[in-house]
Design a protein around this ligand. Sequence first.
Ligand code: BGP
Length: 482
Amino acid sequence: MTDTKPEIRFPEEFLFGGATAANQYEGAWNVDGKGPSIQDVMTHGITKAPDETVQSANLKLDGVDGYHHFREDIALMAEMGFQVYRFSVAWSRIFPTGMEEEPGEQGLLFYDQVVNACLEHGIEPMITISHYETPLVLSRTLDGFRSRETIEHYERFARTLMERWKGKVRWWITFNEINALWNFPLMGAGIWTRKDKLAPKDFWQTAHHELVAASRVVKLAHEIDPENKVGCMILGMANYARTCHPADEIMAMKEDERGLFFSDVMLRGHYPAYALRKMEKEGIRLETHPQDFEDLKTTHDFLSFSYYMSKTIAHDPENYQFSAGNLVTGTANPYLKCSEWGWQIDPAGLRWLLNKYWNRYEKPLFIVENGLGAMDEYQKKPGVPYTVDDQYRIDYMNDHLVQVWKAMDLDGVPVLGYTSWGCVDLISASTAEMKKRYGFIYVNRNQDGSGDMSRSRKKSFFWYRDVIASRGANLKDRESEE
Ligand code: BGP
């Protein structure tokens, strides 16, 4: 009897791991010289207006106290066999206002320990330089990347990190989900001015500044250490036409352009024609320096992206139901089920997207966020090694990893690795909730603020450990088994 199912074996150089972000994980928002970041006033999530003052007690500000638990967390990651840990550096821990000439040593000392803890466990650190955490003072004073001056401040910040950890950190990401600017200018680019007061030119001008900043940092990274690999990072979204009506297809194509504009520039080294024409039609003249276009020619080494869901696009959306989503929404897809937060679960969409990105850019890909935000039930049972039976999370990740394998094995797409989102439970970005958990590692912290922050292993912890150890041999292609 022949078994036609492909045997899954991720190569050794494929990096398995997990990811967190400082503002959702660390807490300790005002200790050891850290200045406030925009996240410290976004304590109710992105859909609410920021509080004008920094709060004194709030779930968001405490994070999951990673600042004091990172050693234990990294040891647990090592127990799972992590090869890579993606985390971000809180900009205002190093430069409290974002605009100082010299970095603060205390902040750097903290991350020295994080980097060293990773290396001691044989885990490669991957640093997101800016993950939605612009220093608050810089945001209020300069309107974040709306001001050209912010390019220099960002460059100084990036240079500080790269010089400090030269030879220790090889993997860098310039901006988390840089394409979030269009919908969330404060979170995405630190623009303090309210979104409804911004003109279309402000968005394009800000994008230009971010793109110039990112390309300069790639150049810098290669000068500091030719071993450095720098990725751009976008919110990845499979945009399907809701029907085969040509108008739906055109709209889905336009939605792709909106999502891929940044990576088009960061991976091809120039502005795409559709963007130039759009600005021309809207009468937008960017303020640029001639050197900017030379700078933009330095492209990123790989494309990294988050992937949680797909969405559909209709030219007549009033005829359909909408689904919720990760920062963006679309019309609902009748073939897909949703998470508890209404995000449409679409593992095959990941294969589709990997192919699309590879065929568009021919640059290696890294999935740096993926996972299921769900409500977990903590139950300590005698003789059971885990505290949460999160089979639903295992199923979600199993199905996505099978599709990653198919993209690699059947389609020939080069994928560098996979870091699941929120490998340790943390505060959600969009809604600032604790009850929305992604982790393999459970954190004893409840939505009402109770809990001692202690860590424990979920069922998925043991499953992911086995995935890594067997290089995916324990994954099940449930689609072809159905
Ligand atoms: C991405 C962000 C992350 C993360 C994730 C899940 O957009 O880069 O910071 O939080 O989405 O979203 P949420 O936390 O809202 O569930």
